[in-house]
Design a protein around this ligand. Structure first.
Ligand SMILES: Cc1ncc(COP(=O)(O)O)c(C=O)c1O
Length: 350
C-alpha cells in the first residue's frame, strides 16, 4: 500500500504558467519586458550579501514603507509571497470546508485551484458578453455560505476594469460579513479616471481588502512579493496563516527600493500604456475583436480559433497565453516585441 494523498487533488485544474520558448519572444505571463526598475537592482545586489540570515519575519521595513506610501496604518497591511499567496491566505483564513468562494469566470486561474485546495466550494460567475465583470450576477451568487468574493479589476485575462460606481453598487448588496477582495495586480497600468482605487475602498468599507503586487509594473515577478490592505482583524488572520519567512530578504529590500522609485515606475507605465493603445488599435484595424484594456495585456476572444492562433504565433516565434476554445491573452512588451506580435497577427488567416 502506498502513502495516501487526498483523492480530490486528482481533479484539480493545474496552474498553467506562460511558456518560455528559447529564441522566441515571451508575451505570455504579463511580465514587464524591461526588467526591475534600474535603481532597484542595486538594492537587490546589496541584500544578496546578507542572505545567510533569515529574513525579517514581520517584513517591518517593507510594511512601514507601504504604510507611508499608501497612508494606511501598519496593522492593516499583510505581505505575502506574491499576491497569489495572499489569495490563498485569504481563503485559508476565512473559509472552512463547504464554505463558498465566489469569483468571476474567466478570471485569474489560481482562484479555483486555491479554493479547492482549502476544501471550499467555488462559485464561478460568467463575465458579460463584453468580457467584463458582471457585478449584479456576482452579488446574486452570494449565499449564506459565501465567505469571500474575488473581484479582479482589471480582470485577468480580459483586461477590462470595473468603474467606481459599479463597485459601490455591488458593495451595497454584499452582506457585511463577506469579504470582497479587490485583486488589483495590474493597478499601476490603469489610466481610466472612473476605475476604482482599491485602497480608497478599504478606507470606507469594513469588508473590503485590496491586493497588489510587485510582480507586474515593478518588474519583480521572480522575487515573489505582494501585499494586502485589509481590515485589521483580517490582516492579522492573514499573518497567522503566513508561511514563516516566505517573503525573502532580497524581495523585501527590492520592494522597499521599488516604492522609492516612483519616477522610474511612472515612465515605465507610460510606455506600456502608449504601447497597449498602439497594439490594440492595430489589432482592431486587422479585424480582431479586442476589449478595451486597462492592463499590460490585451485579450483576443478567438473562441475555437484560439488554438490555431497560438500555433501560428509559435511558428512566428512569439509565445502568447492561449485558453483553448476561449481566447488568447497577449502581454504588451517593448515596441520591438509588439511589432513581432503584430506581424504574426497580420499573417494569421485561421
Ligand atoms: C489578477 C492576478 N492576481 C494575482 C496574481 C499573482 O501575482 P503574484 O503572485 O506574482 O503577485 C496575478 C498574476 O498573474 C494576477 O494576474
Amino acid at each position: 500500500m502506498s502513502v495516501r494523498v487526498r483523492a480530490d487533488l486528482d481533479s484539480l485544474p493545474a496552474y498553467v504558467a506562460g511558456r518560455t520558448v528559447p529564441g522566441s519572444t515571451k508575451l505570455a505571463s504579463n511580465e514587464v519586458s524591461r526588467g526591475p526598475l534600474p535603481s532597484v537592482v542595486e538594492a537587490v545586489t546589496h541584500a544578496a550579501h546578507r542572505v545567510h540570515r533569515y529574513p525579517d519575519m514581520g517584513a517591518t521595513e517593507l510594511v512601514d514603507s507601504l504604510a507611508k506610501h499608501l497612508d494606511v496604518a501598519t496593522e492593516r497591511i499583510a505581505v505575502g509571497c506574491g499576491s497569489v499567496a495572499l489569495c490563498q491566505q485569504i481563503v485559508q483564513a476565512l473559509c472552512s470546508p463547504g464554505d463558498e468562494v465566489v469569483f468571476p469566470w474567466r478570471s485569474f486561474e489560481a482562484y479555483p485551484i486555491l479554493t479547492r485546495v482549502a476544501g471550499a466550494n467555488e462559485v464561478r460567475v460568467p463575465l458579460t458578453e463584453d468580457h467584463e465583470l458582471d457585478p449584479d450576477a456576482l452579488a446574486d451568487a452570494i449565499t449564506d455560505n459565501t465567505r469571500v468574493v474575488f473581484v479582479c479589476t482589471p480582470n485577468n485575462p480580459t483586461a477590462t476594469t470595473l468603474h467606481e460606481r459599479q463597485l459601490e453598487e455591488f458593495l451595497s448588496r454584499v452582506p457585511s460579513d463577506v469579504l470582497v477582495v479587490l485583486d488589483e495586480a495590474y493597478r499601476e497600468f490603469v489610466d481610466d479616471p472612473q476605475a476604482p482605487d482599491g485602497v480608497e475602498f478599504t478606507r470606507r468599507w469594513d469588508n473590503v481588502a485590496c491586493l497588489r503586487t510587485f510582480s507586474k509594473a515593478y518588474g519583480l515577478a521572480g522575487l515573489r512579493v505582494g501585499y494586502a490592505v485589509a481590515p485589521p482583524h483580517v490582516a492579522e488572520a492573514l499573518r497567522k496563516v503566513y508561511i514563516p519567512f516566505s517573503v525573502n530578504a532580497v524581495a523585501q529590500a527590492a520592494a522597499v527600493a521599488s516604492l522609492e522609485a516612483g519616477d522610474e515606475l511612472e515612465r515605465r507605465c507610460a510606455e506600456v500604456i502608449s504601447e497597449r493603445t498602439r497594439v490594440r488599435d492595430r489589432l482592431l484595424e486587422l479585424g480582431y475583436r479586442v476589449p478595451p484594456t486597462q492592463a499590460n495585456f490585451v485579450w483576443l476572444p478567438l473562441g475555437e480559433r484560439t488554438g490555431a492562433f497560438n500555433e501560428h504565433c509559435l511558428n512566428n516565434r512569439v509565445v502568447v497565453r492561449a485558453f483553448p476554445g476561449d481566447g488568447a491573452r497577449v502581454t504588451v512588451g517593448t515596441p520591438e516585441e509588439n511589432d513581432i506580435l503584430l506581424s504574426a497577427a497580420a499573417s494569421f488567416s485561421g
